[in-house]
Each structure stands twice: as structure tokens, then as C-alpha cells.
Design a binder for this molecule. Structure first.
Ligand SMILES: NC(=O)c1ccc[n+]([C@@H]2O[C@H](COP(=O)([O-])OP(=O)(O)OC[C@H]3O[C@@H](n4cnc5c(N)ncnc54)[C@H](O)[C@@H]3O)[C@@H](O)[C@H]2O)c1
Length: 311
């Protein structure tokens, strides 16, 4: 069993990942300011192999001591998403970029870093062309830029694996409804209407369970995968916003889809992504969009808990 530090481990991805790693018997330390859902790790306090430190990832002294105590480092703490980064620009740079720079410079040879960045670095893709890991990065938001800058820092460490993640969907203990699939299903269930700007914009998606399994795969196969960057997404889920809306309508007959032509989507991401590199290394995301949509319909139909998004 390994000693694992997860920064941002109380977040959307982190709370699901921490839970899975604690259940596998790893010694998990989460460093998180608990900015959003303070109850997202409640179910873990019982376990002796779990520890929460409610502090800031920009605390260099603390980071240094935690790096010494842990083998695997999974830095998830970030201001996530373009709107939040535009609202808090300085924090976006200091948390998303500078804290990763500190982490890399303070790390030692024994630390193995597994970093998640976003495939939104590919920005606006070329028509009908799949972006792979060699495609030029062209981030179109401050969020995308800070994550690309952080990736450059992580690459300076020899002991790293970097996943460029597709847009995640599915339930988490710290739920987010600002992510595209979660958002479309949430609006469909609550209002029975879906208004879509720029319906042809394409994206790649991945279920949160596959993100967690991908990271567990990276922990188990670190040497086989290390010093490399991989796209991590569901290959069958390279689809446009309109195709996604139609998938939801198949499960909700009464849903009205309205295309808005006179408004632009501020999120200009439009690309298909190839996940072949990680698939060739032995990991393939499996949970389908249909399965995720069904899960989310059930969730939003029954759960009335207030969801705190991050902007
Ligand atoms: N969810 C996605 O679709 C997606 C896609 C690509 C990449 N990622 C990356 O995955 C990581 C996690 O994203 P998420 O969706 O779980 O977001 P999230 O907002 O749910 O989680 C971020 C966590 O970081 C914590 N945090 C923020 N600033 C902090 C600070 N200064 N010190 C300590 N903790 C701090 C927050 O409290 C929160 O728990 C991020 O690095 C993000 O860039 C996510």
C-alpha cells in the first residue's frame, strides 16, 4: 500500500478518488481548503488510513513536509473552470500555476506526481481532425492557460504522469452542475427545457468513475506510464452539444430543445480528442454517456440537496 497526498481531495474529482484509494487500503492525506461542499469527505473520517488537512496548498512549509511523508502526489487543488478564474485572476495564477511550480521544485526523486490538466488546452480544433498529445496547445481562457503553464512545470520533474482530461460527468460527493453533461441533464430535469447556443460545438467527455480508475491504473503502472502526457477521455463520447441534448431527449420524451442562434457561447471549445495513446498502454474508459445520463436523471429527480457550484 502507498502513501498518497491528494491536494484538492475534497473536490468533485478528489472526493471520489480519495474514497476509492482509502477503500483500497492506501494511506491517504487530503490537503484542501474545503471551499465548496464541507461534507464531501464526511464518510472517510472513520478510517484510520485517512487524514484531512484543512490548509492552503500555497503554504510552502506545509507542502515541503507533506512531500517528504508521501510517495504519490496527486495535485488537484485549483480554481477550476473559466468563469471562476476570470473572477479571481490572481488566485487562479497562484493556485493553478505557482503552487504547482513550488510543488515540483520542493519534490524529491521518491515523489511520483500524477497531474490532471484539461484538454481545453487544445482550444479550437481543426474541422474533422482529432487532437492528440502532439497537437499544438492553444488555450483560450485564463483557466486553460494556467493549466498549460502548470503542465510545463510538471514536465520538469522526471517522475510524472500527466492526464489531459475530457469534461467529466457523473455523480460525486461534491457535486458540480456547471460541467456540460451534468448541466444539461440538471436543466432538463428541473425545467424540461434546454436552450443551446452554438449546438455544433464538439467536446470529449469521461465518466468520473473512469477518471478514478485511470488514476488507480497510473498508480499501479507508474513506471510503464511515467514521463508522459496522455489524453484521458471516453473515445465513443466525442460528440457535439446537440448530439448530447438528443441523447438526453431519448430518455426524457417531454424535453424541449431550443437552439438559440443570436447568442454566442462564451466557451469556444470545439474539438475532437484522440485517446489512443493511453488505450495502447492498457487503460480504456468504459462508462457510456447513456449510462451517465440515466444516472444523472435519477439523481436530479430524487436529490434536492442544494448544489454549490464554484462561481
Ligand atoms: N472536472 C473536470 O471536468 C476536469 C477536467 C479537466 C481537469 N480537471 C482538473 O481536475 C482537478 C480537480 O477538479 P474538480 O472538478 O474536482 O474541481 P473542484 O473545484 O471540485 O475541486 C478543487 C478543490 O480544490 C480545493 N482548493 C482550491 N483552492 C485551494 C487552495 N488554495 N488550497 C487548498 N485547496 C484548494 C477546493 O476546495 C476544491 O475542493 C483540477 O486540477 C482541474 O483542473 C477537472
Amino acid at each position: 500500500m502507498s502513501k498518497i497526498l491528494i491536494t484538492g481531495g475534497a473536490g468533485y474529482v478528489g472526493s471520489m478518488l480519495s474514497t476509492a484509494l482509502v477503500n483500497l487500503g492506501h494511506e491517504v492525506t487530503v490537503l484542501d481548503l474545503m471551499k465548496y461542499d464541507r461534507g464531501s469527505l464526511n464518510h472517510l473520517y472513520y478510517f484510520k488510513n485517512f487524514k484531512l488537512i484543512k490548509k492552503d496548498v500555497r503554504d510552502k512549509k506545509l507542502l515541503k513536509s507533506l512531500l517528504k511523508k508521501n510517495e504519490f502526489i496527486i495535485p488537484l487543488a485549483a480554481l477550476v473552470g473559466a468563469p471562476l478564474c476570470d473572477k479571481y485572476k490572481k488566485d487562479a495564477v497562484s493556485v493553478n500555476h505557482h503552487s504547482i511550480k513550488n510543488l515540483v521544485s520542493l519534490s524529491s526523486k521518491k515523489n511520483k506526481i500524477i497531474f490532471l490538466t484539461t484538454n481545453s488546452g487544445y482550444g479550437v480544433g481543426e474541422k474533422n481532425k482529432f487532437c492528440d498529445e502532439n497537437s499544438p496547445l492553444n488555450p483560450i481562457s485564463l483557466y486553460g492557460r494556467t493549466k498549460c503553464d502548470a503542465e510545463e512545470e510538471v514536465k520538469k520533474s522526471k517522475n510524472f504522469i500527466c492526464f489531459r482530461l475530457a469534461t467529466v460527468f457523473g455523480y460525486s460527493y461534491r457535486m458540480r452542475t456547471d460541467l456540460l453533461v451534468n448541466n444539461f441533464v440538471y436543466k432538463s430535469v428541473k425545467t424540461k427545457k434546454l436552450k443551446i447556443f452554438e449546438p455544433h460545438f464538439r467536446r470529449n467527455f469521461i465518466h468520473i468513475k473512469d477518471v478514478v480508475l485511470g488514476i488507480i491504473y497510473a498508480i499501479k503502472n507508474f513506471n510503464k506510464l511515467k514521463s508522459n502526457i496522455y489524453n484521458l477521455g471516453l473515445s465513443s463520447a466525442n460528440i457535439s452539444k446537440l448530439m448530447l441534448a438528443k441523447k438526453i431527449k431519448k430518455k426524457m420524451n417531454k424535453l424541449q430543445i431550443k437552439i438559440i442562434t443570436n447568442r454566442k457561447d462564451p466557451d469556444k471549445r470545439d474539438y475532437f480528442v484522440s485517446n489512443k495513446k493511453i488505450e495502447k498502454k492498457g487503460f480504456k474508459a468504459k462508462v457510456s454517456l447513456d449510462q451517465g445520463v440515466e444516472e444523472l436523471i435519477d439523481l436530479f429527480n430524487t436529490d434536492n440537496k442544494k448544489i454549490i457550484n464554484n462561481y
